[in-house]
Write a protein that binds this ligand. Structure first.
Ligand SMILES: [Zn+2]
Length: 119
């Protein structure tokens, strides 16, 4: 049996007030697009599974009041993220863990290698 392990990206809970980081906003427009184009569904933590076209009943609310959508997003490299991920990145830049920056770099490399022919 093959188990597919998903990597979760930017599941964080910021504590501080939001502050727009314009440099990150400019630099990560590609990430915004990738989230919008991702596959919608829900992530079931216990079984480490992503269920496509399923939705949560409620939303997640950031410390600053920003609300998530009712789904998570499966990215092209099989990482899973949430609809607040871009918000976290741009408005809570200082609170992004090192591991998530590394995963963003991996994602960008994957995209550059795999989608370059379509652009
Ligand atoms: Zn926020």
């Amino acid at each position: 049996m093959i188990l597919t392990t998903h990597l979760s990206l930017l599941y964080i809970e910021p504590r501080n007030n939001p502050k727009l980081c314009e440099e990150i906003d400019r630099k990560f427009q590609w990430f915004k697009t990738i989230i919008e184009d991702g596959i919608k569904g829900t992530y079931i933590d216990e079984s480490n599974m992503f269920v496509e076209r399923s939705y949560y009943v409620g939303v997640h609310v950031c410390v600053c009041g920003a609300e998530s959508a009712t789904y998570d997003v499966l990215l092209p490299n099989r990482m899973i993220t949430n609809t607040l991920a871009y918000h976290y990145l741009v408005y809570h830049t200082d609170e992004i863990p090192r591991a998530d920056w590394d995963k963003l770099e991996q994602l960008k490399m994957y995209i550059d290698l795999n989608i370059i022919g379509d652009m």
